[in-house]
Design a protein around this ligand. Structure first.
Ligand SMILES: [Zn+2]
Length: 115
């Protein structure tokens, strides 16, 4: 399914930088450019779930609630966000803009259990 409206679509680099900081945003952008994001899926709550194949395989989830971004990632970042969540957000926005279909994650998706 392709969400016709999604708050992530409105996100700008400024928003992402405000949320994650300049360094994480620029590293996340590189992670996206290396095409490390796999199997992008939607969660029931309007968030996104993906694998990121970086140094190892990470499960990453990003949710947007009440104007705030939240991320969870198996990289166990010390900050409350990480480069993988930035890469996933960028990948998601690209999917929306190119109208590429994104499946809903199944409730037994392995990634939910890892996070
Ligand atoms: Zn991460």
């Amino acid at each position: 399914m392709i969400p016709s409206y999604h708050p992530f679509r409105e996100l700008t680099w400024v928003d992402l930088t405000f949320w994650a900081g300049k360094k994480i945003v620029s590293d996340g952008r590189e992670c996206f450019q290396r095409k490390e994001v796999r199997q992008l899926s939607l969660t029931k709550t309007g968030g996104i779930l993906a694998w990121v194949e970086a140094e190892e395989l990470f499960a990453t989830r990003v949710e947007y609630d009440d104007g705030e971004l939240y991320s969870e990632c198996t990289c166990q970042a010390i900050e409350n966000t990480c480069i993988h969540s930035i890469a996933v957000i960028i990948e998601f926005i690209v999917h929306l803009k190119k109208k590429i279909d994104i499946p809903h994650a199944k409730s037994n998706d392995r990634r939910f259990f890892l996070l």
